[in-house]
Design a protein around this ligand. Structure first.
Ligand SMILES: NC(=O)c1ccc[n+]([C@@H]2O[C@H](COP(=O)([O-])OP(=O)(O)OC[C@H]3O[C@@H](n4cnc5c(N)ncnc54)[C@H](OP(=O)(O)O)[C@@H]3O)[C@@H](O)[C@H]2O)c1
Length: 243
């Protein structure tokens, strides 16, 4: 007989949850979360087809979200930011220095680096001291400076590395000001979504996750964590990634 899976530590949590970015992994997370945290009112935010319209590069959108945080989203227990940008038309990962463009660096940083930090700023009013909660954001192993052995992908690598530093800094501030929030940076592993689609040729099919599997693994990593371990950069299997 199969052992009954133990219930999620979030099973009895009450309050609100927010998934930002409804791409491949964001949608799969939004589908899985109600099973693990049935007491949380789930909101989605993104540029298309979400409950809340949110472009992370728009100050007006972030201010509208901040207003909702002040009036409606409290207590916010779980936030997962899955918004990210690797390629879009002429913006493509650079293979060499001559392909670097100021405009592409700025676009990549606006979404991948400042986006999650400004999201945290907008949402902070909805956090409630005394209630454990999570602020997680998807980073990427290629954002690791210590692990950079291949080069290339200047804008995306640097923007994810900047996100890591910004959210590590946030984790240190929140240890004092929001001591019940666990901030986590997560690498989902290579996952079959539009973001990875042009770059999957070399990936071993065994190591290419479906969005559903990636989402489930990321939630397995987050569930047992608490604010005492805030500020880590972890892979899909829970292993730490060098900064
Ligand atoms: N897939 C992988 O192999 C892989 C590997 C490592 C890390 N990651 C990271 O995992 C996260 C999720 O990626 P994914 O694979 O699910 O990719 P995806 O399917 O391309 O989803 C990315 C999402 O980000 C949203 N987004 C982009 N710019 C935005 C903005 N300005 N404001 C709000 N949302 C914005 C997109 O919205 P629209 O739908 O409106 O364009 C899209 O929904 C990203 O941070 C990515 O860097 C993915």
């Amino acid at each position: 007989m199969q052992p009954t899976p133990s219930p999620s530590p979030w099973h009895d949590w009450q309050g609100h949850a927010l998934v930002v970015g409804l791409g491949g992994i964001g949608r799969a997370l939004a589908a899985e979360l109600p099973r693990r945290a049935p007491g949380l009112r789930l909101w989605t935010a993104g540029r298309h087809g979400a409950d809340l319209s949110l472009d992370l590069t728009s100050d007006a959108d972030l201010e509208r979200l901040a207003e909702l945080a002040r009036t409606t989203l409290r207590p916010l227990r779980l936030v997962i930011c899955t918004a990210g940008l690797l390629h879009d038309g002429p913006l493509q990962p650079e293979k060499r220095l001559s392909q670097v463009r100021r405009e592409h660096l700025e676009r990549s940083f606006a979404v991948n680096a400042w986006g999650p930090l400004l999201l945290a700023q907008a949402l902070e009013p909805a956090l409630e001291r005394g209630l454990p909660s999570h602020f997680a954001s998807l980073s990427a192993r290629v954002g690791s400076i210590g692990d950079n052995r291949l080069g290339g992908w200047y804008a995306y690598r640097a923007a994810k590395a900047a996100q890591n530093q910004l959210l590590r800094t946030l984790a240190l501030e929140w240890r004092r000001r929001q001591p019940d929030v666990c901030v986590t940076l997560l690498h989902p592993g290579t996952t079959a979504t539009p973001l990875s689609e042009p770059f999957r040729g070399m990936v071993d099919p065994e190591r290419l996750f479906s969005p559903e599997r990636a989402a489930s693994q990321l939630l397995d990593v987050l569930e047992p964590r608490d604010a005492g371990r805030s500020g880590d950069f972890l892979a899909w299997d829970g292993s730490p990634i060098p900064w």
